[in-house]
Design a protein around this ligand. Structure first.
Ligand code: SF4
Length: 145
């Protein structure tokens, strides 16, 4: 089946610091499935590297105080477009990210603390019927298909 995946989990250097979050469990899924990479923050036109952002009170702010909510919403819409055009019903997304996190995200203080909540793209995908798993559940995907 086709699975939408946070591009950084596949080793793409699209993370805010120019690195990636390569995850072998996620990469292993490519043996049986077609993985469709997306990076909502790149889709939003944000640079690599970039100042990190977190969600606070429903809006997205970069660490240097810029309101990037509109950009994050734009990137989320584009990720949804890719999901729908490619026929993905399920997504494996990077945990805790302000775009891709699902269930738990960083709390907006840039201290590494987390709160309950969803990233902007994860929320939009979920609202449109896509099942979302974090990378720590990649090897359990059979339970969700
Ligand atoms: Fe990875 Fe998502 Fe952040 Fe892009 S927006 S670097 S895919 S966590």
């Amino acid at each position: 089946m086709k699975i939408l995946v946070s591009a950084c989990l596949l080793g793409e250097n699209c993370k805010y610091n120019g690195g990636n979050n390569k995850n072998e469990k996620v990469l292993a899924l490519a043996k049986e499935h077609t993985l469709i990479p997306v990076c909502p923050e790149c889709f939003a036109g944000l640079t690599i590297p970039r100042v990190p952002s977190e969600i606070k009170d429903g809006k997205v702010f970069s660490k240097d105080g810029k309101d990037l909510t509109e950009e994050f919403n734009d990137g989320a819409e584009k990720a949804l477009y890719v999901a729908e055009e490619s026929g993905c019903q399920i997504a494996i997304l990077k945990e805790r990210s302000p775009s891709c996190g699902f269930g738990i995200i960083y709390d907006g203080s840039f201290t590494g603390k987390t709160v309950a909540g969803n990233g902007i793209a994860a929320q939009l995908l979920y609202d449109n019927g896509i099942t979302i798993l974090g990378e720590s559940k990649a090897d359990k995907i059979g339970d969700y298909i």
